[in-house]
Design a protein around this ligand. Sequence first.
Ligand SMILES: Cc1cc2nc3c(=O)[nH]c(=O)nc-3n(C[C@H](O)[C@H](O)[C@H](O)COP(=O)(O)OP(=O)(O)OC[C@H]3O[C@@H](n4cnc5c(N)ncnc54)[C@H](O)[C@@H]3O)c2cc1C
Length: 266
Amino acid sequence: MDLTSLDRIRAAHDRTELALGPRSAPLAGGTWLFSEPQPGLEELVDLTTLGWPSVEQTADGLTLAATCTIRSLADLPPVPGWRSQHLVQQCARSLVASEKIWDWATVGGNICVALPAGALTTLAVALDATALVWTPDGGERREPVASLVTGVRTTSVGPGEVLRSVELSAEVLAQPVAFRRIALTRHGRSGAIVVGRRDDAGGLVVTLTAGVTHPHRLAFPTLPTPDELAAAVDAVEDWYDDPHGSPDWRRAMTLRLAEQVREELA
Ligand SMILES: Cc1cc2nc3c(=O)[nH]c(=O)nc-3n(C[C@H](O)[C@H](O)[C@H](O)COP(=O)(O)OP(=O)(O)OC[C@H]3O[C@@H](n4cnc5c(N)ncnc54)[C@H](O)[C@@H]3O)c2cc1C
């Protein structure tokens, strides 16, 4: 839709051009920004003109640029050592959108818009990703994506800050994962998503999204019993409530999916 409050869209070509005023916002794929009115905004600063490489592989793992599109990630050829690469497709397909949106929507945009059903948020939290955030004073800070998304449409990304990239460690990429998702209707928005991951020490890390207002990361030093896992899921209190599912249903489905994930990875 037309954003009638906007005065300008400015293309950033290097970091000095990333200065954001109080009524400015970063523009990534624009698929959410242009999907509803943005009355508080006068300026968008385009990040896609910065030319960040979408995916970089290092000895430590993978770095996904915030501007990496879902398409680039989904089309990535098999990456040596990335045992859970199938999770990209599973998360991307959990977006309620035609594949057309994959061409534009970005990793950073999906995380920063902070919807409970954030598909790339799920991927990042399930893989213990670290967010690299550029601060307005020219510095940078790192934070787990699990804590960066703090609630429905809220993040810890402060005024003037820009998510630069998401870092995935080689160790975690090599671990097995299991994914489960449910929606009220076949093509409906995700009602609950659970991803499990076995770590190298034999523990289990369970990520809950979509059914909750912000991602939850439940870590167990060894494989939990069904009761231990259910108790941890049941301790969650922020079950999300919207037309895509009631809190009771989301809780019940998350319990069921979590047990399926536990069994698959046992
Ligand atoms: C048809 C349709 C279906 C959708 N279905 C889903 C769904 O099932 N699940 C879901 O989670 N979302 C869904 N969305 C919303 C979705 O989150 C976004 O469309 C997409 O992921 C946003 O990515 P983008 O790159 O287009 O972000 P943009 O629209 O460009 O930006 C989104 C927000 O993030 C900010 N931002 C972007 N990049 C950065 C950065 N690097 N640093 C700091 N701030 C930044 C922007 O200022 C803006 O506030 C849907 C949208 C559409 C149009």
